[in-house]
Ligand binder design. Structure first.
Ligand SMILES: [Zn+2]
Length: 62
């Protein structure tokens, strides 16, 4: 599954992330060990960058 992931003020989109399914409500979620593995991969700088995107940050008008 594709996950939006923040680390050290940097936003990443990580593809092919393994998900778990809640036995009670069926909702998909990420196991804590999976999130830790993403952090370690990004911190090690060994990830393969597939694409770079320009992102616009907007706010709702008051
Ligand atoms: Zn649930």
């Amino acid at each position: 599954m594709r996950k939006v992931h923040w680390l050290d003020q940097q936003l990443y989109i990580v593809d092919d992330v393994e998900t778990e399914v809640c036995q009670e409500c069926g909702e998909r979620y990420y196991h804590a060990t999976t999130l830790d593995a993403i952090d370690r991969m990004l911190q090690a700088g060994r990830q393969v960058i597939k694409q770079e995107l320009q992102v616009h940050v907007v706010a709702m008008p008051a």
